[in-house]
Write a protein that binds this ligand. Structure first.
Ligand code: AMP
Length: 227
């Protein structure tokens, strides 16, 4: 059965890294709307030209544009066995559209990676990405990428003023999704303020547990209650 996962959480919680890892382990695509937009900016397409200034300010690209991108991406054959969405949905309107897109595709597992604000600012302002392959890295700017040898740079929206705006935008537009999804049996929250290895293990267990709950299989808490 398809494993459909949404990775929620504030910017800097580690969604991208964890989504990459989980998707690779399960052989399903990671779909990052931020990556799709950054590729469009690089390519200089119409979408990229429209998104560039919005992203530079740390604001959100319009719902209709984002929903269109995700609808098209989820329609490709590689997403039929499941996917990990990173960075989408970011608004309640996007979440409602995603529910509609999920009709006939099986359960949607939603995991929230929880990390406190000050830790997020620290992580984001010290984050570097490879200018060539886009990999996240912890090294100083200008160091070489461990994956491809490219040069590490700071993402322009990882400057502290933009980071603080992104966190405000998250609190206003995206945090309400915790309410939207929170009462579903397929929702889980994972403490993201730990070493990546520990987060990865907790995340995999949470996703598998939620997927079982979504498929109607008996899960641990229900057995506990039955005793
Ligand atoms: P991310 O890499 O997920 O932090 O995304 C980088 C930027 O791309 C965000 O700050 C937004 O400007 C834009 N973006 C990415 N995903 C979305 C989305 N689902 N809705 C609106 N804007 C988005």
């Amino acid at each position: 059965m398809a494993l459909n996962v949404v990775m929620l959480g504030p910017p800097g919680a580690g969604k991208g890294t964890q989504a990459d890892r989980f998707a690779a382990a399960r052989g399903i695509p990671k779909i990052s709307t931020g990556d799709i937009l950054r590729e469009a900016v690089q390519a200089g397409s119409e979408l990229g030209r429209r998104a560039q200034a919005i992203m530079a300010r740390g604001e959100l690209v319009g719902d209709d544009v984002m929903i269109g991108i995700v609808r098209e991406r989820l329609g490709r054959p590689d997403a039929a066995r499941g996917f990990v969405l990173d960075g989408f949905p970011r608004t309640v309107a996007q979440a409602e559209a995603l529910d509609a897109l999920m009709a006939g595709r099986g359960a949607l597992v939603v995991v929230d990676l929880a990390v406190a604000d000050e830790e997020l600012v620290r992580r984001l302002t010290s984050r570097r990405v490879c200018g060539s392959c886009g990999a996240n890295a912890a090294g100083p700017a200008e160091a070489a990428c461990g994956r491809c040898g490219g040069t590490l740079v700071q993402r322009s929206d990882d400057r502290e003023d933009v980071v603080r705006e992104r966190l405000r935008v998250y609190a206003r537009n995206t945090r309400p999704l915790l309410e939207f999804y929170g009462s579903r049996p397929t929702f889980r929250s994972v403490d993201g303020a730990r070493a990546p290895e520990a987060v990865a293990a907790a995340l995999a267990a949470a996703i598998d547990g939620a997927a079982d709950a979504g498929s109607g299989k008996a899960v641990e808490p229900f057995r506990e209650l039955a005793r």
